[in-house]
Design a protein around this ligand. Structure first.
Ligand code: PGA
Length: 258
């Protein structure tokens, strides 16, 4: 089964670094190939450029956020249809940085997922507990509340979930493997029992080339969401191929004459 390898560049880089990343990364992609699903999430102004630079590969494009409205007087916002227009197939929704910095509530996030799905984008819905919640044993309770957004999307097979403990993001503190597996097994069951979903569950939070293989080998993990380490093409390539899924053999159109 394909694993999702998600590169969230956040608000980093320039047109030049986007160009350099794509040049190196596509060269690695063409030389080695993989059946993992790779998605790059540049800042909005570099989406069109990155889309062009990735053409001719199976690498997909995503946006780091979208508006919860479809159009109108929303200065500075970008609609999901606009993102689809410039080549996006995925969108991250509810990243903890947006929840913290923009006070994104469950209702607000539900509107964003709705707009994404209407524009035919696959939402990657992010959830995660704070360090205090983790230390006081409240992880499952907090995640259950965050999952309630999915009440409006029961059974929708376009949804992807990303579990990112907030205290592991950008800190170099990776969650323990048994904690990641236990939490993701809990999420898998919760998704299935309450929301009729079998969505892939990605892990995010200080994923690097040297810990990606162990994380990706966990039974309940369907991929990784990578921040800092996704800015370096060589490192992100190592992560993307940490679990090798060989390319499916091309089916031959040759049919012998009888
Ligand atoms: P990080 O970020 O890999 O730099 O910890 C992950 C994320 O925020 O998605």
């Amino acid at each position: 089964m394909t694993k999702y390898m998600v590169a969230n560049w956040k608000m980093n880089g320039s047109l030049e670094t986007a160009h350099d990343f794509c040049q190196t990364f596509t060269r690695l992609f063409h030389a080695h190939q993989t059946d993992n699903t790779i998605v790059i999430f540049p800042p909005h102004p570099y989406l069109s450029f990155t889309n062009g630079a990735l053409s001719g590969t199976d690498i997909s494009l995503g946006a780091q956020d979208c508006s919860g409205a479809s159009e109108g007087a929303f200065t500075g916002e970008t609609s999901a249809t606009m993102l689809a227009d410039v080549g996006c197939s995925y969108v991250i929704i509810g990243h903890s940085e947006r929840r913290q910095q923009h006070q994104e509530s469950n209702t607000f996030l539900s509107d964003k997922i709705k707009c994404a799905l209407e524009a035919n984008l696959r939402p990657i819905f992010c959830i995660g507990e704070s360090e205090q919640d983790f230390e006081t044993g409240k992880t499952q309770e907090v995640l259950k509340t965050q999952l309630q957004v999915l009440n409006d999307f029961k059974g929708n097979d376009k949804l992807i979930l990303a579990y990112e403990p907030v205290w592991a993001i950008g800190t170099g503190k990776v969650a323990r493997l048994d904690d990641i597996e236990n939490t993701c097994a809990f999420l898998k069951k919760e998704l299935f029992d309450v929301y009729q979903l079998s969505s892939p569950i990605l892990y995010g939070g200080s994923v690097k080339a040297d810990n990606a293989k162990d994380i990706l080998s966990l039974q309940s993990i369907g991929g990784v969401l990578v921040g800092g380490a996704s800015l370096k093409p060589d490192e992100f390539w190592k992560i993307s191929t940490a679990i090798v899924i060989p390319k499916k053999p091309q089916t031959s159109s040759f049919s012998p004459k009888l």
